[in-house]
Design a protein around this ligand. Sequence first.
Ligand SMILES: Cc1cc2nc3c(=O)[nH]c(=O)nc-3n(C[C@H](O)[C@H](O)[C@H](O)COP(=O)(O)OP(=O)(O)OC[C@H]3O[C@@H](n4cnc5c(N)ncnc54)[C@H](O)[C@@H]3O)c2cc1C
Length: 378
Amino acid sequence: MRRKLVIAGGGIGGLAAAVALDRAGEDVAVHERAPAFCDVGAGMSLWPNATRILRNWGLLEQVLALGEPVTHFDLLCPDGSTISEIPMGSADSPAVCLHRADLHRVLRQALSPEKLVANHGLASFSQAANGRVTATFTDGSEVEADGLIGADGVGSAVLSQLNTGASPVYRGYTIWRGIARDVRVGIRGHISETWGSGRRFGIMPLGKDLVCWYATHNGPAARPDGPSGRKREIQDLFKGWHDPVSRLIEATDPETILKNDARDRAPLRRWTHGNVTLLGDAAHPITPNVGQGACMAIEDAACMAKCLKADGHLGRALLAYERARLPRTRYVGRQSNRIGAIGQFENPFLVRARNVIARALLLFSHDMALNSVYSYQI
Ligand SMILES: Cc1cc2nc3c(=O)[nH]c(=O)nc-3n(C[C@H](O)[C@H](O)[C@H](O)COP(=O)(O)OP(=O)(O)OC[C@H]3O[C@@H](n4cnc5c(N)ncnc54)[C@H](O)[C@@H]3O)c2cc1C
């Protein structure tokens, strides 16, 4: 019998879960707090560990048609010289950069519209002794179901009720993201990150004449915009950096520049209680240094579907999902923090040593560390 599962949150994670579970024969509905299902955000990278899953779901062709394939990752110095050029082509599935809104739309369109309930934020839930769940929404309505999946992001209402005592950790730097239009950048298929002192600048062509850029800088959490405005502040921080850094910032509408603190959370020891579980950022937010947050949510979704197919007992299957995902997401989160901490070095001696060592070691260590990320099979 099809089990009825409520998914709270319609971001990349909630939609991916709905696609995977729907295809596994479960009866799912996604309840999203926002008035409509859409995703703004900026650009993102999807790596082979996620594109392999999208291919299994029959969605990869659409995603590739909307984005720009990635063949190389270039690590650069602020003067434009190369620290390392890492080929990405050896995996069995491609890497691609695209606008988040495009991925969101592809996932949405893979679901029938009645499975998507907008303007329906989860307020709380209760669980009966037999595991059945009652989800209560902010408008006072209730939905009874066999299980509840909290895919409601880093501030998860489901997590807060599970009472894990989890609190976010600020990693010491601000991240800005923007999208520039009609700016010519380097070689096709190459994305880059430039490492300076306490700051980095990344460039990801998204196709369709769009280029996503991101910039980081060490500083306090929740720092306010400078008096000259967000765009001017970033221009000043990256003044004199290689082309096309300044042109990209210049070609970006200041109103659309996003700003986030680099945050994650100490890993949870568990996130499943009976027939209630978490997925994506609600379970394991990670810093964006390896571009894997959404990829992890897609892996979560595929893993959950596999566990539910393998075991007809819902609570046991969700525990098996949690057990499979805990070490994996912890590992990727650790890698991301390590790369972020090294990339944000500020001390001139450490910066020089980092670049020399990175030149010698990065190809090797990148292959070792990131191939273990990319080659993961559910
Ligand atoms: C600067 C930056 C760059 C990034 N770059 C990449 C990248 O290149 N590649 C990559 O893979 N990842 C990247 N990520 C990470 C990625 O964006 C997230 O990990 C991913 O989007 C998490 O998806 P999610 O669905 O779990 O959470 P979210 O995207 O946060 O979605 C949660 C959804 O739940 C809804 N919601 C919240 N509360 C409720 C409620 N009570 N009831 C119902 N709905 C609710 C929200 O409105 C939202 O729609 C980046 C993140 C940042 C900050």
